[in-house]
Design a protein around this ligand. Structure first.
Ligand code: SAM
Length: 279
């Protein structure tokens, strides 16, 4: 690591397997005098393992603003800082985004390092062939809000990627099954890179039974991946009408609403298509 100026390095750390860290990430952790960590007690042994003697400062979701000021003060003194979270990539369903924004606004360099991210690791082996995916992260915990959030996703022509914790996995899979077409494929990626790593793909209609058949299948950390909504029979007609309305100068929301009313084609899919066509 050759640095001309102090920088904030955003450093992904392993999801489980300690070998999953880049040489560059290890070099950065060894050379920076400070590491801003989501949980300093969790990160201290990890840093020792990689031979880092950096001093730790806490940067979690409840103190991101004040942590940013501390990081900026270290950078102003000429010291580089690394930002880490408990596992994976900072700012992906984890703290980090606000801190990074403050540091950049203060005029300092922010340097991201590539590395482990549960969503990407799961996608790489899920076998879903969609060209696009939507990373959702955690759904709301309350059943009503979760159902509402899922309804908004129902027609999207993208694979959907969710994070879930073990104590909610059964409820969340049931909520998916209650909302989306039963023939869509659900991939349950569990404990990636760890001892009990498993990936199971099945039609959504069968996922709850599969989970309930063995409590071990409900243990650990999960990425859930759902294949995209299949095109509806009348989507072609919907697209034809939508293109005409947009060509006539109607705004996106009105054009997609009218195309839905005229053809019965899926409203959300039309809206997303209208946005793409407009761009
Ligand atoms: N920043 C992390 C990343 O880059 O993936 C995500 C942190 S988020 C607080 C924790 C969630 O990520 C877990 O509840 C789970 O959904 C997912 N996750 C983390 N590690 C995992 C693993 N080894 N296997 C499967 N999912 C994992």
């Amino acid at each position: 690591m050759t640095e001309e100026f102090p920088a904030l390095y955003v450093v992904p750390t392993p999801l489980g397997h300690l070998g999953d860290i880049s040489q560059r990430a290890i070099d950065v952790l060894r050379q920076v005098p400070w590491v801003a960590a989501e949980d300093t007690r969790h990160s201290a042994p990890l840093l020792r393992h990689y031979g880092s003697n950096a001093r730790l400062l806490a940067a979690h979701q409840h103190n991101e603003e004040s942590a940013a000021q501390q990081v900026i003060a270290r950078l102003a003194a000429g010291d580089s800082v690394a930002l880490v979270v408990d596992a994976g990539t900072p700012a992906v369903s984890d703290p980090g985004a606000r801190l990074v924004a403050r540091v950049r606004a203060a005029g300092y360099r922010v340097t991201p390092l590539p590395g482990p991210c549960a969503a990407v690791v799961a996608l790489s082996a899920a076998g879903l062939s969609e060209a696009h995916f939507l990373f959702y992260g955690f759904l709301p915990a309350k059943p009503g809000q979760r159902a509402e959030a899922l309804r908004e996703l129902v027609d999207l022509p993208y694979a959907l990627v969710f994070y879930e914790a073990p104590h909610r996995i059964v409820d969340t899979v049931a909520a998916l099954a209650a909302t989306f077409q039963p023939t869509r494929t659900l991939v349950l990626a569990r404990e990636l890179t760890k001892l009990f790593e498993s990936m199971h793909a099945c039609p959504l209609a069968e996922a709850s039974d599969w989970l309930l058949a063995d409590v071990n299948r409900q243990r650990g950390e999960f990425v859930l991946l759902l294949s995209a909504a299949p095109p509806a029979a009348n989507d072609g007609e919907g697209e034809r009408v939508l293109r005409l309305l947009l060509a006539d100068g109607l705004p996106v929301s009105q054009a997609s609403r009218l195309a839905h009313a005229i053809t019965g084609s899926r409203k959300q899919a039309l809206y997303q298509l209208a946005l793409r066509l407009q761009r």
